[in-house]
Design a protein around this ligand. Structure first.
Ligand code: ADP
Length: 592
């Protein structure tokens, strides 16, 4: 896949972000490398004069002042370089690497928070996010900043030193270039391969993270212990890790071999340069001082060229990661309409709504038309996979319809400011979270204005059948969940807490997506009966695959294969010889 940005565009972005995040460190890093860049050529000139003056001194010529002058200059140059190195080692590590990395991570978090929720169902977005995280965590953007700074300074260093060497003898130029060029070629080839490998490994890396996460998930650990599949998952993790490592290992072997080849060429080049310089001394073309200085300069130039070319060679790989990072930051953010609403006054309506998940050809909802009137209690019924949860996400405005229209009181959902909409909506999801927070927070987190309202929280507990919970845990400020040494509750108690939390929020519409499906049917019906009682002034949509509550609903919507196949009251639908009657008869014995 072609990169969206070219190298110059990426460099501009990296510089802009770095200088914005850490201006002092950014500038001092550049200054340090400028000084380092000029150092070899400067010392080479000083060294040649120093050696010649010292040689003359040994021949009885009075060059002591010159020796002292150039000797002092030599020491001062080293001191200046070391002072700059010292300052920049702090600013580079703490600023350009650590602070920038947290800045880049923060940008990923901000972007993730701003993405449309449907993006998280898109495997391409998840992979791009993964590579962007990889880019930030491996400090690639900071490396690009530093490498590009090194380019400039290595460039200065190489050009100035080659000019000095060329002035002694022109043959030094091709030999220097020949000895370091292989690094460049090797790096470019390996860099591209490494990036392609990392890209191809993105899915495996995500699987590794996922499997690793299971071993840190309380529920999963319990299940794998009892059901005895921990070993199987661990083995799966090991196999995936080995596959990833083996591919990286093969890549590193290739890399190592080419580096060995390059190092051999470099040594040959260095030996040739000494030989050439010796010939020039023997033939009287250069002095003994220049001979010494030129060998030192050749070595330092070779080092600069090597690091310059190695950095340049790794650039395509780094640029490709950086491209992914900036592409992730470019993803379209959640569209938020501008119309503020002050409640859902009349109805919620769907007109010919169809919906397909990203990267899926099948429609999870097909041509759904439905009007939910204010205050209605609706049960959405259907077997697993019939489209109930997808419908609830469309009603909540979390997913935009792929086709058709969704309106709240005749206003298109895409036109509405979601923050104003969510003031009036509450949800109790299927996979609700059991927060390791206090009992108070577990209830009132849905409406923080009443976080300190003890009587309201207690009322909420009582009305969801949790009267005894308060005396069981001690107080509202008691920590729940074992993570921080709090009290662990039963599954049923957590479910009731989730319902209490959903009901605690002052809302006009409440959606309950089977949080009680794990309970036995009679207990579930009992809890839902209480729910309907408490939610009597609200519009409620209850998703279920069980018929227990249907007699209490104003209307039942029966879903099948992503479509509404029946709508009506229990008595209407039982009369018909359709899907509802079939479901009812198959479950009837649970409720006798
Ligand atoms: P229900 O709530 O009735 O069990 P869902 O609304 O969860 O059904 O699913 C409806 C259909 O959409 C199913 O065929 C399911 O496989 C598919 N589906 C659900 N979630 C996704 C997803 N994230 N990506 C692709 N398809 C999905």
């Amino acid at each position: 896949m072609k990169n969206k940005y070219n190298a110059l565009q990426i460099l501009t972005k990296v510089y802009r972000h770095t200088l914005r995040a850490v201006p002092f460190s950014g500038v001092s890093g550049i200054l340090n490398y400028l000084v380092q860049g000029l150092f070899p050529a400067f010392t080479s000139l000083v060294q040649a004069r120093l050696f010649d003056a010292a040689y003359s001194l040994t021949q009885g010529v009075d060059t002591l002042t010159i020796v002292i002058l150039y000797g002092s200059l030599f020491v001062v140059a080293y001191a200046v370089v070391y002072i700059f190195q010292f300052i920049s080692s702090i600013t580079i590590n703490a600023g350009i690497y650590e602070r920038c990395t947290s800045y880049y991570n923060m940008k990923i978090s901000e972007k993730t928070a701003a993405l449309p929720l449907i993006s998280f169902e898109d495997v391409n977005v998840l992979n791009l996010q993964n590579r962007a995280k990889d880019c930030a965590e491996r400090e690639i953007l900071s490396q690009i900043y530093m490498s590009s700074t090194v380019f400039i300074t290595s460039g200065i260093s190489v050009i100035s030193t080659i000019s000095v060497l060329a002035a002694y003898n022109i043959w030094f130029v091709p030999i220097s270039i020949f000895s370091v060029l292989p690094y460049f070629i090797a790096r470019i080839l390996r860099g591209k391969e490494f990036y392609s490998l990392k890209k191809a490994q993105a899915k495996k890396t995500r699987r590794l993270d996922y499997l690793w996460g299971l071993f840190h998930n309380k529920q999963a650990i319990k299940e794998m212990r009892v059901m005895g599949f921990g070993e199987y998952l661990a083995q799966k993790w090991v196999e995936t890790r080995d596959e990833v490592n083996e591919e990286l290992w093969q890549q590193n072997i290739k890399d190592g071999k080419s580096m060995l080849f390059c190092d051999t060429l470099k040594i040959i080049g260095y030996g040739l340069s000494i030989l050439l310089a010796l010939l020039l001394v023997v033939n009287g073309h250069i002095s003994i001082g220049i001979f010494g200085a030129c060998i030192a300069a050749f070595k330092s130039m070779q080092e600069s060229t090597k690091s310059f070319l190695i950095d340049l060679g790794t650039m395509p790989e780094k640029m490709a990661f950086a491209n992914d990072y900036f592409e992730f930051l470019d993803l379209t953010e959640d569209h938020n309409g501008i119309k503020s609403i002050d409640g859902i006054k009349d109805c919620i309506s769907l007109s010919n709504v169809s919906f397909a998940y990203p990267n899926s050809d099948d429609y999870a909802l097909k041509n759904v038309s439905l009007t939910i009137h204010k205050g209605e209690k609706i049960v959405v019924l259907g077997v697993n996979g019939s489209g109930k949860t997808t419908l609830s996400k469309i009603i909540l405005g979390i997913y935009p319809p792929s086709q058709g229209e969704m309106r709240y009181d005749n206003i298109l959902s895409s036109d509405i400011d979601k923050n104003s909409l969510y003031t009036y909506i509450s949800v109790i999801p299927q996979n609700f979270v059991s927060y390791s927070l206090t009992l108070r927070e577990n209830i009132a987190i849905s409406d923080l204005r009443h976080l300190q309202d003890d009587s309201l929280i207690k009322h909420s507990l009582a009305s969801t059948g949790l009267q005894s919970l308060l005396s069981q845990v001690g107080s509202l400020d008691e920590q729940l969940g074992p993570e921080f040494g709090g009290k662990e509750l039963s599954g049923g108690q957590w479910q009731k807490i989730a319902i209490a939390r959903g009901l605690f929020k002052t809302s006009e519409l409440i959606i309950l997506d089977e949080p009680t499906s794990a309970l036995d049917p009679v207990l579930e019906t009992e809890i839902l009966r209480q729910f309907i009682e408490i939610a009597k002034n609200k519009t409620a949509v209850i998703i279920s695959h069980r018929v227990g509550l249907c007699k209490l609903a104003d209307r039942i919507i029966v879903m099948k294969d992503g479509q509404i196949c029946e709508i009506g009251t229990h008595y209407d639908l039982i009369e018909k010889d359709g899907e509802y009657r079939r479901l009812y008869i198959s479950q009837e014995q649970w409720y006798r």
